[in-house]
Write a protein that binds this ligand. Sequence first.
Ligand code: CTP
Length: 397
Amino acid sequence: MLAGKRVLLIIGGGIAAYKALDLVRRLRERGCSVTPVLTRAAEHFVTPLSVSALAGEEVHRDLFDLTKEAEMGHIQLSRVADLVVVAPATADLMAKMAQGHADDLASTLLLATDTPVLIAPAMNVRMWDHAATRRNLATLKADGVRVTGPNEGDMACGEYGPGRMAEPLEIVAAVEEALADGPLKGRRVLVTSGPTHEPIDPVRYIANRSSGSQGTAIARALAGLGAQVVFVTGPAAVAPPEGVEVVPVESAAEMLEAVQAALPVDAAVFAAAVADWRVTTASGSKIKKKAGELPPLELAENPDILASVAGLGEGRPGLVVGFAAETDDVVANATAKRGRKGCDWIVANDVSPATGIMGGKENAVHLITGDGVEDWPRMSKDQVAMRLASRIAEALD
Ligand code: CTP
């Protein structure tokens, strides 16, 4: 599976760097070429000689190495691989990545690369638990960086807890997963998900019961088929999937802006339950309750994000999929909605409380396309997502 692939391996400066030597060996055993990069700190733990001997290639160490720049500039170096792997990813390297620093070869490559990145964090348990590292990790995940480990166990520093780098074979498995050739490889897909919150004042808002679980499952399934997914999500009850670019938004207006910024895409799936109205009289400070008096709430219609994208001439995604959450005459209403909104497909479902679909784990949908209506049996939201993702892959083929 890894035969013919190339990994740019950035070895950070931590005690776990010795395991990176074994990782090089394991990757090469599987026919994967390894271009090694050592940070200055890493040279305290492993020697360039041992790394290059195992990789069968010279080690890149210096941003300002004239000879190397003449052979292959650092921008070119950042593009040679199918995947960039950072192992061990130290707390410092993660902080640099999250901040976008470029003050040495490793951080510059990470900022310049346009290939997917996988990190294997390794650090002392307190550093791993520190709020700064948690923030950096969340930023990196939101940027679409894949993460493997760390594991829990005894640490070289004598403490116990999470922070040990994943074992080389675990990292190999994560590399295989990241490089899996799916039918959507090379495709960029947008997914909107979750509810939107429309502010009344700084503490109150209008919302709906969407948990975001169906949209999240769809984003995960599309990424699993190899798509590059931009996941624009309102405040959902479930965590976003790994390996997708997460764009968190609050209101419909913010969602529209994020969607427009994500274009162009090959396909767009609008699973978000966008609030139909916003409060035009939203107050910048908390509205105080006054006896016998109701606050003057004026509503205005929100822009229809799906319809605006489906109606684009140039720059319209090849496939636009909408959702229709209905409680009555599901198929008839959803079919009319498909025509009104101008989308290619509509995934319709019955969200009457008796179905338990809204906020639940299962869904029963009808897929309405130009060819007619398909009634899918009730199944888990993950299964609906996988079935929809493979239909999208077929349609884009
Ligand atoms: N949608 C959108 N922007 C909006 C409203 C809806 O992008 N402002 C999208 C949803 O993500 C979904 C589809 O449009 O894919 C259908 O949304 P729905 O709320 O069911 O349809 P409405 O047009 O609002 O009709 P109604 O509420 O009357 O059923």
